[in-house]
Unconditional design. Structure first.
Length: 281
């Protein structure tokens, strides 16, 4: 699953590659990807063809491509979606659900290797695009909003939730998911169930610094390009965990700080945490 750092890298690539380009034609293979934004495929195609991409924005893990005249194209990468650039003549791969071709050549393919893709895309009014994409009006984006540590502290106190559940809640913190929530907590040395309203000043500062360090390091690691067609996977087919990760996917391996084995704990249905019992308090 792409999280904020990878989507930000993608946004920068898209800005370079597609901003200023006009869309020639659109091919939707899986009708499900344009719902709930559109009733059917022609409705989406008609809204997108002939439009020009003016700017590429990001909020949380959602992409917003502004088309001018009050319209915005939302791309939600879902659980395992990826975007890649192709030549206009390139045939659609098996797992490609949407292809968008540009008038001056080149195309963008949206893919996901899944029986039922979770990618969602649609054209919505620019005003209210974030709500349409399911981003809570009060959710903080730690990169975009760039809060001070004191603002972050007030935010944590007001949210008053166990830290891990807070970090993955898209209505509270937009863009973080299973991977970087664990990485941030490990970096900060704070337990997943530590209540966010009960952090000392020092702990708030540690958590604040950890969010910044982990996001920046992940963006560096993600520094891939749209030509690299593979979805960013944190654990590859051989079970090798991406090098920049310290705890995620590393259960049983020694904690890089205290050498105790890393544990994987289920917090609730579908939510797991990789953590160290020794050095996270
Ligand atoms: Zn440890």
């Amino acid at each position: 699953m792409l999280e904020l750092p990878e989507v930000e890298v993608l946004r920068k690539e898209l800005e370079k590659e597609v901003a200023g380009k006009r869309i020639k034609d659109v091919e939707v293979r899986s009708p499900g990807v344009v719902r709930p934004f559109h009733r059917n495929r022609p409705d989406f195609t008609k809204a997108l063809e002939g439009r020009k991409v003016e700017a590429v924005r990001r909020r949380g893990r959602m992409l917003f491509l502004d088309l001018g005249e009050g319209a915005t194209w939302i791309i939600d990468p879902g659980e395992g979606g990826s975007l890649h650039r192709e030549t206009a003549a390139e045939e659609l791969a098996e797992d490609t659900h949407l292809a968008v071709r540009f008038t001056i050549g080149g195309a963008l393919h949206l893919s996901e290797a899944a029986e039922e893709p979770t990618i969602r895309t649609g054209i919505v009014p620019t005003e209210g695009a974030e709500e349409a994409a399911g981003i809570g009006p009060d959710a903080i984006d730690l990169l975009d909003d760039n809060p001070t540590w004191m603002e972050f502290g007030r935010f944590l106190a007001a949210a008053n939730k166990p830290l891990k559940l807070l970090l993955v809640d898209q209505q509270i913190v937009a863009g973080l998911g299973p991977v970087y929530s664990d990485e941030i907590l490990w970096e900060a040395g704070l337990r997943h169930d530590h209540p966010s309203a009960q952090l000392s000043t020092q702990e708030i500062r540690r958590l604040y610094r950890a969010t910044q360090e982990v996001i920046v390091a992940a963006m560096k690691a993600a520094g891939s390009s749209l030509d690299d067609a593979e979805a960013e996977s944190m654990i590859d087919d051989d079970g090798e965990v991406a090098e920049h990760l310290r705890v995620y996917g590393r259960d049983g391996l020694p904690c890089p700080r205290c050498r105790r084995p890393i544990k994987r704990t289920r917090l609730r249905k579908g939510v797991y945490t990789y953590h160290c019992e020794q050095c996270m308090i």
